[in-house]
Ligand binder design. Sequence first.
Ligand code: 13P
Ligand code: SF4
Length: 336
Amino acid sequence: MADINIEFARQKIGQKGFLDIPVDARLDLFREIEALKQKKNAIVLAHYYQEADIQDVADYIGDSLGLAQEAEKTQADIIVFAGVHFMAETAKILNPGKKVLLPDLKAGCSLADSAPADLFRAFKEKHPDHVVISYINCSAEIKALSDIICTSSNAEKIVESLPPEQKIIFAPDKNLGAYLVRKTGRDMVLWNGACMVHEIFSLEKITKLKIRHPKAKLIAHPECEEPILRVADFIGSTTGLLKYTQRDSSREYIVATEAGILHQMQIACPDKTFIPAPPDNHCACNDCPHMKLNTLEKLYLCMEYETPELVMDEALREAARKPILRMLDISAKAGL
Ligand code: 13P
Ligand code: SF4
């Protein structure tokens, strides 16, 4: 390992977003990461969309709600967030006194990027009598402009927590928003954002796949577009999809979400078959390019040198915290 200290490492991040130094190929990174967790009282939280190696070293793997709940209650001094920027930011918002590390600061989110704060502020001003529910996949600035945050596993409960006559803006995911309109019967004003991964599934290719696998069930994340959701046998958050495949009696599933979730599905049900839903592009992959910026090497380096670190403006953090706490409170009362 190069002989550098934490301060030098911090300066070296520069524009890259991660610490770009060579890692000795002979190192057993699984063992090194375990040792760093002990030495630094660090916890590794990983989203299901992370690569399999990262999931295998994580202390907790979950969906966006589970990760936020875990971040809220951890006693660790350092939270290492193997996910994307808005997730690590949420952990920091909930834990101002803890060091929150993200292996690659450039691990962003196309959905979060689809809602720039200045445009959203103007949009909100056009609907002054509306309550703003924002999906957690958004920046801290959008959270600060929101009344309540939601995730895919509690969105329905959050919408239903508001009185029926209450007017609602839902941002930034128009697909999840439209799904909630259909589910709850509420007429919400939707921001026009979407996730680049969940928008590319091909109904035509899924239909052909179903002909070849007639017993396979189609399970889909609510960020998918309506034509996919209309033919899905089950719709849920990543945790919801994983749990469904464990309790359901089918043997085969076509999975319409980011392919990283298949790792836990296969671990939980090794005898079942999980087929990634085919995307409408010429490569056969539905990986999230942002999530997959994190690697085991970057995870190891960020723990060793405690950088890149999430730092936030305190006033912004405090403003973004309120709607997240409201979400956590409603979720806890709903038993989620
Ligand atoms: P959940 O974690 O709520 O399933 O959402 C998936 C996602 O797109 C995260 O970026
Ligand atoms: Fe964002 Fe979509 Fe990637 Fe999730 S899968 S981080 S919503 S781009």
